[in-house]
Ligand binder design. Sequence first.
Ligand code: SF4
Length: 375
Amino acid sequence: MDVSVILTYRCNSKCSMCHIWQNPTDPKEEVSLRTLEKIPYGFDYLNLTGGEPTLRNDLEEIVDLLYPRAMQLEISSNGLHAERLEPIIKKYPDIKIRFSLDGLEDTNNSIRGEDNGFQKVDGLLKLKELGGEDLGLAITIQDDNAQDVVELFHFAEANGFELATSTLHNGFQFHKSDNVPYDRLRVASHIEELITNQLRTWNIKNWFRGYLNLGLIAKVLGHDRILRCTAATDFVFIDPWSDVYACNVRPDLLLGNLEATSWDEINNGEVADGIRKKVYHCQQNCWMVGSAKTAMRHSKYAKIPRSGPLYWVILNKLRLMLRKPIPFGEYIDYSKIQADDLTIKRNIFLGVAFKRNLQKKEDPHYIHYGEFINK
Ligand code: SF4
């Protein structure tokens, strides 16, 4: 099982597709070390995310506490305070670190509302110098940066970084319900190009990232998921108020509160059984890294892929070796593209003053975001 801990809703980026930063938590009310201590040992992956996790003053202590509890610990950061990760990477060089970078210089700055966002690459290079072994960049592919994705992939490869990919999603974590691509087919065509480039490399991880990106095409076109979601069985999210959810999209999939109860009660009770049934019938077609990679891997052995993705990878790697193209039309029905009634232009916040709304623990949460449509 994987667990993602949303350590804070504070964030120093101002992204157009994620409004966490507009609704920060009070640091005094964010999930405590005492509560995190209840997370048992033996997880496959444990992801520390936000908001921006480096804004937590106790991040080093959190890592000390949680590092031994999973096969792999990941920190997902915007990279604007890379220096805060230096003591952590010196101590734990095998921690996976991903910095969000949403395109080449100007594109990234505009989408993420960051003044000099590309400088985070220098911060990542410094972590590499300090011994970091699993470093990478992460892009949310969308209309405004889809044209940069192949170049960014080669840039990451040239620097010894991985490129993690996702696309626009709606969900309570992002405070968004209008993240819809403007031109689904155009975005999908850039992802096709990325997949072909990934399968041309001699890096097995890139090949499986290619399959994950095939799922992104399905998501972008508004199709059903290519593999069933296993939220609450293979992964859960803990929010900054210690509430445990099956996923970061549907606020109705609440399993319990880790501050008030034990991990066992949350994971093994009747509530969890009911939520797993709801997940089984979920109609959303999310395809985020957390739900995609768990769906792609073997149910018992996290390091081994399921037969479907494995077969797809072998077949298409062979095709490319024989100089034949990947027949994307065999996997994706391009005649079916989700029709959107209303596509709202996303606001850009670079250089724009904005008053944040502090969210208190006792406030009702996520109530405006009950109807997420990920199509
Ligand atoms: S498919 Fe449903 S259960 Fe799975 S992550 Fe999306 S909203 Fe959650």
